[in-house]
Design a protein around this ligand. Structure first.
Ligand code: LFC
Ligand code: MG
Length: 440
């Protein structure tokens, strides 16, 4: 396996999605979906591709953080890394000078995710397997050896994690077959970004219904009157039985969240996502308690910055849906920790994927979760957004509103060279043209 890492490149790749309000929400009205995009080269001529999701101007900072950490990978062989993956995770997250600007949060942690995603991609490619299959085929002992249990052992010990994975071995082969045939259930966010007009929403929702979608997320939180109108529209279109989800992207204070959602309760959302600050564990617990009698759960995670935060949310019964993110947490390693804790606390996982490359990445993690851990699809679904897949060499495959398991080796986040070239900031063709037209 050797494969010594001899080069780490990082690119600032941005897509001008804000021009059409794709991805817009109550806190991010002009998101340019972007990535700090990493390519690893080995002496054996292999490559690993990784990324972390960012928005426009923030990308510059994350690219810088990736550069600052990249020396920790140079000269390491893939074998060194995966033989002690926990140790390598710690090396990256505990660098004595760099950890001061985290630790395990913010730009430096997003950079850790980009680099480690590339390492996992390299590993899966060298094994000739899609990442989900690499994970499914690892033994429980190998899986736990990738996880850093520091700070979470009061909620989940290594031994308990091993027991959970061993218990879930029964029926694994059947579940893998089931996924290959049916795929993993998905919901769509692409019909109802906040900046879309009612007409656009109606058209996109009509198309989505015709394509077999039965779960829809709508952005809320800016103006109550607009929310009521949009939610009424979408509920009328999808009918009483389909699933409606709402997402406020951290817009409210705690009391405001409870009042606002009481007004939107007649539209029967299954969850309200990020009702308040993503760091406010007790606030989320209060909202959960107040909304439970209305049948509304609280979902969060896309900005829950590490396993320690998730631990406390779970301990405090502060969320009813765990939204893992393949780029916010420290790659597969830290996501494994959160999947294991969610399983122990019996809280369903519904991954976040609203960004560029996030659908490509996180599908692998949720497939692993179903096959090797949760064995449950009740109230579980993976987010899907219909943007920018054409820029990837192994784009997601959706059939009848389900993610079909990827077949190509790796972690599915290699971008086409032509796409990187055109969207490189600030001199790629797309940005140079926008600049010449005075549109940025
Ligand atoms: C700015 C982004 O599009 C967010 O709005 C998006 O990630 C969203 O919160 C989601 O849940 O998909
Ligand atoms: Mg969200």
């Amino acid at each position: 396996m050797q494969q010594q890492i001899v080069e780490v490149r990082v690119e600032d790749v941005r897509f001008p999605t804000s021009l059409q309000q794709h991805g817009s929400d109550a806190m991010h009205p002009d998101p340019d979906y972007s990535a700090a995009y990493v390519v690893l080269e080995t002496d054996g001529g292999r490559r690993g591709y990784g990324l972390t999701f960012t928005l426009g101007r923030g990308t510059q900072v994350v690219v810088c953080a990736v550069e600052a950490l990249s020396g920790l990978l140079l000269g390491k062989t893939l074998e060194d890394i995966v033989d002690d993956f926990r140790g390598f995770y710690r090396l990256l997250t505990s660098d004595s000078q760099m950890r001061w600007i985290g630790p395990e949060k913010g730009a430096i942690h997003l950079a850790t995710a980009a680099l480690l995603n590339a390492v996992w991609d390299l590993w899966a490619r060298v094994e000739g397997k899609p990442l989900w299959k690499l994970l499914v085929d690892l033994s429980p002992e190998q899986l736990v050896s990738c996880v850093d249990f520091r700070y979470i052992s009061d909620a989940l010990t290594e031994q308990q994690a091993l027991d959970l994975l061993r218990e879930a071995q029964a029926g694994k082969a059947e579940r893998e077959q089931q996924m290959l045939q049916e795929g993993y259930p998905a919901y769509t966010t692409s019909c109802a970004w906040l900046g879309y007009s009612d007409q656009q929403l109606t058209q996109l929702c009509t198309d989505a219904l015709a394509n077999g979608w039965s779960r829809f997320k709508v952005k809320v939180g800016a103006e109550l009157k607009d929310d009521e109108r949009r939610c009424r529209l979408i509920r009328q279109m999808i009918g009483p039985d389909k699933t409606l989800l709402m997402d406020a992207n951290q817009r409210w204070d705690v009391g405001e969240a409870i009042r606002w959602m009481s007004s939107l309760a007649p539209f029967r959302p299954l969850w309200i996502e990020e009702p308040t600050s993503p760091d406010d564990i007790l606030g989320h617990a209060a909202i959960s308690k107040a909304l439970a009698p209305l049948g509304i759960g609280v979902a969060s995670g896309e900005q829950c910055h590490n396993r320690v935060m998730f631990k406390q949310f779970l301990q405090a019964s502060a969320l009813q849906f765990v939204q893992i993110d393949s780029c916010r947490l420290g790659s597969v390693n830290e996501n494994l920790a959160v999947l294991l804790m969610a399983h122990k606390f019996q809280v369903p996982v519904c991954p976040h994927a609203g960004g560029v490359g996030l659908c490509e990445l996180v599908q692998h993690l949720i497939l692993f979760d179903y096959i090797s851990l949760s064995a449950d699809l009740t109230n579980r679904m993976c987010e899907y957004v219909d943007h920018l897949h054409q820029h990837f060499s192994s784009p997601v495959v959706i059939r009848n509103a389900h993610y079909l398991p990827p077949k190509d080796p790796g972690y599915s986040c290699e971008m086409l060279e032509s796409s990187v070239e055109a969207h490189r900031f600030p001199h790629g063709r797309v940005w140079a043209d926008l600049s010449a037209q005075g549109r940025r």
